[in-house]
Design a protein around this ligand. Sequence first.
Ligand SMILES: [Zn+2]
Length: 79
Amino acid sequence: MICPKCGSKNTVPIVYGLPSLDLYEKEQKREILLGGCCVTSDAPCCYCKDCGNRWGNYSEYVDKQRQELLKRFERHKEE
Ligand SMILES: [Zn+2]
């Protein structure tokens, strides 16, 4: 992911929902950013550690990931 504002690659995904211990540890290491429990329809999915910019659309991002998983699943069925 590249920050659209400053062009930095120093970005992390924003994770929503009730965080697990694993996610807390990841946030401590600054591998992700915890966005809280509530996901609004315009919640951003990416965070730039250099300029603090947040962008993207979390629900679209989740949809894309779900479709990727489905595609992988379909491929397994064919094999
Ligand atoms: Zn940035």
